[in-house]
Design a binder for this molecule. Structure first.
Ligand code: SF4
Length: 348
């Protein structure tokens, strides 16, 4: 695996100069996000917040803006909480033992293993989805990979196998899973460096592994989104501190599909003396467990009210981070870099 990795590894920015901070940021970004998508975010993030202290002190809006588009914003919040712990408890440095790393906010077994092995050469495995796939195929392990016992079994096996270059070994397994022993479709067994040890290959159906639980059907949620605006500014509100998109900005919305008249009534109910309501294109957004189907209304109002935060176009483009779920709706009010349309001005 090491010989194969030395020859075949992709050149990725976090693999150059793998300091604990750089490895950690990349590992958190790579959770739930593809490598190609992460590279741009990673470089921007490292330029803006090059070290633990800068991350610990970053204003929330800057942090959210840097994370905008990556989703799962709790990851960004936990990054900052962990950086603050490092500043207060470890003098602004990364802790150097597995247990201390594992105890930081937002760090689970996998990330702790990855940082400990890659940045500190500590002998711990790093078992992510790629590694689980490779190992269950290699050993023809038909345990359900959502069960902790299966993960534990793979983890113990790897712990016994770890060689001296532990960081490179862990990365070689991840790399094999990402480029050769791929999910969704046939693995490229003919070019695999460990084919001669692979039980899944010899049994003739490596795609049968890993065994996963049946996915629950996604819940469909109908919503109505209101582009409530004065022509110059758009109303935003904050989401609750718990639950989906916790604490993020949102475009005001309610559950259910409202008619144009009902949307106007909703706005009047917010205390505006008069409103002009216009139906815009519907859109949808898919989260892991729920899908939002959104009807969108543009509602023009004569004045701002104190119940919302009113953001101008510049703020919406440059400093306010709005979750991707609301982007298609926002684009209808903020198309590209255009000033307000004559239609918008007329509606006022
Ligand atoms: Fe995966 Fe095929 Fe290699 Fe086995 S031989 S580890 S199934 S790519």
């Amino acid at each position: 695996m090491l010989a194969w990795y030395d020859k075949e590894k992709r050149s990725l920015p976090w693999r150059e100069n793998p300091t604990p901070y750089r490895v950690w940021i990349s590992e958190i970004m790579l959770q739930q996000t593809r490598v190609e998508a992460v590279i741009g975010y990673y470089e921007r993030f490292l330029n803006a917040l090059p070290d633990i202290l800068a991350l610990a002190r970053a204003p929330e809006e800057q942090l959210m803006k840097l994370w905008e588009g990556l989703g799962y914003y709790t990851r960004a919040r936990n990054l900052q909480k962990a950086a603050q712990v490092m500043v207060h408890q470890y003098g602004g440095s990364f802790p150097r033992t597995y247990d201390e790393i594992r105890a930081l906010p937002g760090i689970g077994d996998y990330t702790a293993g990855a940082v400990a092995s890659i940045a500190f050469s500590l002998k711990y495995p790093a078992v992510d989805g790629n590694v689980l796939r490779v190992m269950t195929r290699l050993t023809a392990d038909d345990g359900d990979i959502s069960r902790p016992a299966t993960k534990q079994r793979i983890s113990s096996l790897l712990t016994r196998l770890l060689p001296g270059r532990v960081g490179d070994f862990n990365q070689s397994l991840m790399e094999l899973g990402a480029t050769v022993c791929v999910p969704n479709g046939s693995p490229a067994c003919l070019v695999c460096p460990v084919r001669e040890y692979c039980l899944g290959f010899f049994q003739g159906a490596p795609e049968d592994f890993p065994v996963k639980p049946r996915k629950k059907a996604r819940t469909i949620e109908e919503r109505t989104v209101f582009l409530l605006n004065t022509g110059e500014r758009l109303a935003l509100s904050k989401r609750p501190e718990r639950g989906l998109l916790a604490g993020m900005w949102e475009i005001p919305n309610v559950l259910g599909t409202l008619s144009q008249e009902e949307a106007g009534q909703w706005a009047l109910g917010q205390g505006f003396p008069q409103v002009r309501t216009q139906k815009r294109s519907s859109c949808r957004h898919i989260f892991s467990h729920v899908e939002w189907r959104m009807s969108v209304y543009q509602i023009n109002v004569p004045t701002e009210s104190n119940d919302f935060f009113w953001a101008d176009r510049q703020q919406l483009r440059d400093s306010i981070s709005l979750p991707s779920a609301f982007r298609p709706a926002l684009e209808q009010w903020l198309p590209g870099k255009q000033p307000p349309s004559p239609e918008e001005k007329r509606l006022l």
